[in-house]
Write a protein that binds this ligand. Structure first.
Ligand SMILES: NC(=O)c1ccc[n+]([C@@H]2O[C@H](COP(=O)([O-])OP(=O)(O)OC[C@H]3O[C@@H](n4cnc5c(N)ncnc54)[C@H](OP(=O)(O)O)[C@@H]3O)[C@@H](O)[C@H]2O)c1
Length: 354
């Protein structure tokens, strides 16, 4: 299989290359990294210390899509909108990490552990959408709970890291943190990648707000789970918050079912789900990192970075139909590159794959 990574120099693109290096997708023959003209010629294999043979970076304008079987796009929605259909028309399967096509009826929105059946036939437009990072970990934790009851309503608050804002987001967190520690004015509101400075701060708005006051990220958290889980009437309310964490998104999730549920049954269903780690019950002795999931610890282990972590599963004291849980995952792997490449591996195993 010949695979192009569009946006290969970005945080998600680099994660794709690292995961390809680990052999996540079997049978890869050629890896073509693509970015802007300014990055052309860079040797990402050497920069990232990969064993995988990665060709020098190609400028998007110079990229010949007819030479690849798959193109994973991670260069932002405008690039996907402009080039995704062209690359698909040349015969490559496009797996798109942006929001450009997610809600299009003729584009499957896929989380392989939740709705693999969406790829039972080749996507009509040759495009598969990868969901939003905060959606992926949410549906990965919600889907197993359907074994214990019918989900009626979800209320989620997300705590999203700086890497969700790409390389510029990481730089902004580092620069503003250094500045404050060096004595910069904490009242300075100079706008950056996230609007207000993120260092030692929480910003309760991610993306543009609509007329009703909901942010773009909150709209994604509402609409995408409905499509992926095939629950068009699911009630979802979200508050998305950017937090001063380098990497790893966290979510406080309140789930209401149509009948009473027990936390121990929920934990059992979650434990049976693939690539999902459940914390607590019994409370483990030893490291605090084993008591409940935290983004810093989850993201500092190559193994844990590939899992969805669920802790603090507990009842709602005022509602026997409802549960609380705390869900953490690495937004660059689980929330982006890993899901995209698992889509590629799923597609490559389908009868329609050439
Ligand atoms: N970060 C996350 O947690 C996350 C999660 C899920 C989905 N996503 C999505 O993934 C995409 C990439 O995000 P990111 O966080 O990786 O961003 P990033 O770190 O800012 O990287 C952006 C990438 O796009 C390339 N690019 C920008 N303008 C280009 C152009 N005109 N032509 C060709 N390439 C261009 C950049 O290449 P140069 O280096 O050459 O400029 C770079 O490789 C976005 O659509 C984002 O919404 C991100």
């Amino acid at each position: 299989m010949n695979i192009a990574v569009i946006g290969a120099t970005g945080v998600v693109g680099r994660e794709c290359l690292t995961l390809l290096d680990s052999g996540l997708v079997p049978g890869v023959d050629r890896v073509v990294p693509v970015a802007s003209g300014g990055s052309a010629g860079r040797d990402l294999g050497a920069e990232l210390g990969l064993n995988l043979k990665v060709e020098p970076v190609v400028a998007l304008e110079e990229f010949d899509p007819s030479t690849v079987d798959v193109a994973v796009f991670s260069a932002g929605a405008p690039i996907s909108t402009a080039y995704g259909p062209i690359v698909a028309a040349a015969g490559a399967l496009v797996v798109d990490n942006s929001s450009a096509f997610r809600m299009d009826d003729d584009v499957p929105l896929v989380v392989p552990q939740v709705n693999p059946q969406a790829l039972a036939t080749r996507p009509a437009r040759g495009i598969v959408a990868n969901p939003n990072c905060s959606t992926i970990q949410l549906v990965r934790a919600l889907h197993p709970l359907r074994d214990i009851g019918e989900i009626d309503r979800v209320i989620v608050s997300s705590y999203q890291s700086a890497s969700g804002g790409g390389l510029r987001g990481l730089e902004q967190l580092a620069d503003t943190t250094r500045g404050l520690l060096d004595g910069a004015d904490p009242a300075d509101t100079t706008a950056g990648r996230f609007g207000p400075p993120l260092a030692f701060n929480l910003i309760p708005e991610i993306g543009l707000r609509d007329d009703d006051g909901h942010s773009h990220e909150e709209r994604k958290l509402r609409r995408e789970p409905r499509k992926i889980m095939d629950l068009p009437g699911l009630r979802v309310a979200a508050t998305a918050v950017r937090v001063a964490v380098i990497n790893g998104h966290s979510e406080a999730v309140h789930v209401t079912f149509t009948a009473p549920v027990r936390p121990e049954d929920a934990r059992g269903a979650l434990r049976a789900a693939p690539d999902l780690r459940v914390y607590g019950d019994p409370e483990p002795a030893g490291s605090p990192a084993d008591a409940y999931p935290m983004p810093r610890f989850v993201c500092s282990s190559p193994t844990e970075r590939r899992l969805v972590h669920v802790g603090r599963v507990r009842s709602d004291p005022d509602d026997p139909h409802a549960l609380w849980m705390w869900v953490v995952a690495d937004n660059l792997t689980v929330g982006a590159a890993l899901n995209a490449l698992q889509i590629v591996a799923l597609a490559a195993g389908m009868p329609w794959w050439r």
